[in-house]
Ligand binder design. Structure first.
Ligand code: T46
Length: 188
């Protein structure tokens, strides 16, 4: 697995080493020791999630407030998505910045999203199976969000507005300026 710091250095792109042969392929999709060696601190994932989407389904931008904040290690096993991560750590040098990376069945990329970030993704293929690990349990009361088309963030989701399929909950998310954001730049 190769680990690459993104433009937001705490957000890490993970590129697996894939072993192809005439039967198909094999790769180690997660290895705690090499992952933590690169990240530089322990991450104890406690829950795995899976979501199926179709093209244009946009989930997000979501996060959970401390003490229920979640780190996420996300990947796509079917199709492709544009994965978007927004820095919501007040006083962080990249506060309010976002990165967008295509993650797919094809490239097998994974993205590590630490606590202190909002996360969302949009399906780019007809069928998407999205799988991810989180290091804190789901807590509905602590769930918060930011509207996907916030003007300050100016996220380019790559698809036309009319192609997007968004839940009523996500259509009602607040603007970035009104969101409950994280205090200071510390690990939660
Ligand atoms: C996230 C979650 C949801 N649920 C239940 C709650 C709802 O009854 C149903 C669908 O939940 P929701 O519409 O919040 O699912 P997504 O829109 O995919 O939410 C996720 O989307 C963005 C991209 C994320 O990064 C978060 O992991 C998460 O917020 O699953 C659970 O039971 N456990 C969970 O961990």
């Amino acid at each position: 697995m190769k680990f690459i710091k993104t433009e937001i250095p705490e957000v890490v792109l993970c590129k697996p080493t894939v072993f192809n042969d005439d039967r198909g392929y094999f790769f180690e999709s997660f290895k705690k020791n090499t992952f933590e060696n690169f990240i530089g601190y322990p991450v104890n994932f406690c829950q795995d999630n899976e979501a199926k989407s179709t093209k244009g389904v946009l989930r997000g931008l979501h996060y959970q407030l401390p003490p229920f904040a979640q780190s996420k290690l996300v990947r796509v096993v079917k199709g492709s998505v544009l994965d978007v991560v927004v820095d919501i750590r007040k006083n962080a040098p990249t506060f309010g910045k976002y990165i967008a990376i295509e993650i797919s069945e094809e490239n097998k990329y994974q993205l590590f999203i630490p606590r202190g970030f909002a996360h969302g993704y949009v399906g780019l293929s007809d069928e998407v199976i999205f799988m991810y690990k989180v290091d804190n349990y789901y807590n509905q009361e602590a769930e918060r969000g930011i509207i996907y088309n916030d003007n300050f963030l100016g996220i380019d989701w790559k698809l036309d507005e009319k192609e997007l399929i968004i839940s009523e909950k996500d259509k009602a998310q607040p603007l970035f300026k009104n969101a409950d954001i994280f205090e200071n730049n510390k690990t939660y």
